[in-house]
Design a protein around this ligand. Structure first.
Ligand code: ZN
Length: 308
């Protein structure tokens, strides 16, 4: 027998069916409120940004409006920057960081770039502090046409008409201790696979696009965030979560092939932030500030390179 605990739902080696999916759903309770934490803050920003509802989720009678905010002085002559948070609903600083950026820093970029911000892409999961949506689907492996994530489909539809105009996209995430204690074991159980324990890095890192690496862009963000919070060191194998560290705090994934959110715009400059909120060396406020610093550094670099 392995000493790795078995996930409480399902039979080891067998992928979940409808019964297990329903058991999983029943185990998920509403632990915080999108309509309390997020929607009022979106509403409060509507005096400065144009608010839109780009989709509506209906999960067993629970409905969620999907909110986006964009620059009021939208100028088709300017490039677009997309900021997304809450693609994984449990990753709180992504949601709060996107809202905080709009509230405190976005005005610095007025007249230079069109901002489009979707602060909480997966609200059902925000409320359950979970990674998956109602269908036990990870939105961030399913940003592809015809994919099973309604959250991903709605965001793709929002962005689609604007493709070709994006200068950059920064997708705000976290890597948490619960990735190892809950979400990776759940993933293995769902798919009938064996859970292989991994290491959670202590610190901030970025995921670049293996198919379009922009090393200097990533390094500019790391340099800015390092002033706010600590950067994740490589593990003994020179890796972060199983991928080689290609520069301080930077790993690469093939974004498109993995169906990741950061691939949806086709922008030249794309990145995924990974804040580590469970470190004894940080705080929720610092994590939010790290996300804001990352967004500003991405904009500063991208606008500097595009000469606007
Ligand atoms: Zn994430």
């Amino acid at each position: 027998m392995s000493d790795t605990p078995t996930y409480p739902i399902g039979t080891p080696g067998q992928p979940w069916g409808e019964v297990e999916l329903n058991l999983w759903r029943a185990s998920q309770s509403r632990r915080r409120r999108y309509d309390v934490d997020v929607a009022p803050r979106v509403e409060a920003l509507a005096d400065r940004f144009e608010r839109s509802v780009y989709g509506r989720l209906d999960y067993a009678g629970e409905t969620y409006d999907l909110h986006a905010l964009k620059s009021r002085d939208w100028d088709p002559a300017l490039p677009i920057a997309l900021v997304t948070g809450g693609v994984h609903g449990y990753e709180t600083s992504g949601v709060m960081g996107a809202l905080q950026f709009l509230d405190t820093r976005a005005r610095d970029y007025a007249g230079r770039v069109n901002l489009l911000v979707a602060p909480c892409v997966s609200p059902w999961a925000y409320e359950r502090i979970n990674r998956w949506n109602y269908d036990a689907v990870d939105p961030n492996r399913n940003f592809r046409a015809g994919g099973p994530s309604r959250e991903a489909a709605a965001l793709i539809a929002l962005v689609g008409p604007l493709r070709g105009q994006f200068l950059l996209h920064i997708d705000l995430h976290e890597t948490t201790d619960s990735d190892e204690s809950e979400f990776r074991p759940a993933l293995a159980a769902r798919d009938g696979k064996t859970y292989e324990p991994g290491l959670i890095p202590d610190g901030f890192y970025l995921v670049d696009d293996q198919e379009n690496p922009q090393r200097a862009f990533q390094q500019a963000i790391i340099a800015a965030v390092a002033k706010v919070t600590h950067i994740a060191p490589p593990d003994a194998a020179g890796e972060i979560i199983g991928s080689p560290v290609v520069a301080e705090g930077v790993i690469e994934y093939p974004l498109q092939a993995y169906g990741l959110c950061a691939a949806i715009t086709g922008a030249r400059y794309t990145t995924t932030t990974e804040v580590y909120p469970d470190s004894p060396r940080t705080s929720p406020q610092e994590c939010n500030a790290a996300q804001v610093a990352a967004v500003c550094a991405a904009l500063d670099y991208g606008l500097g390179m595009s000469g606007t």
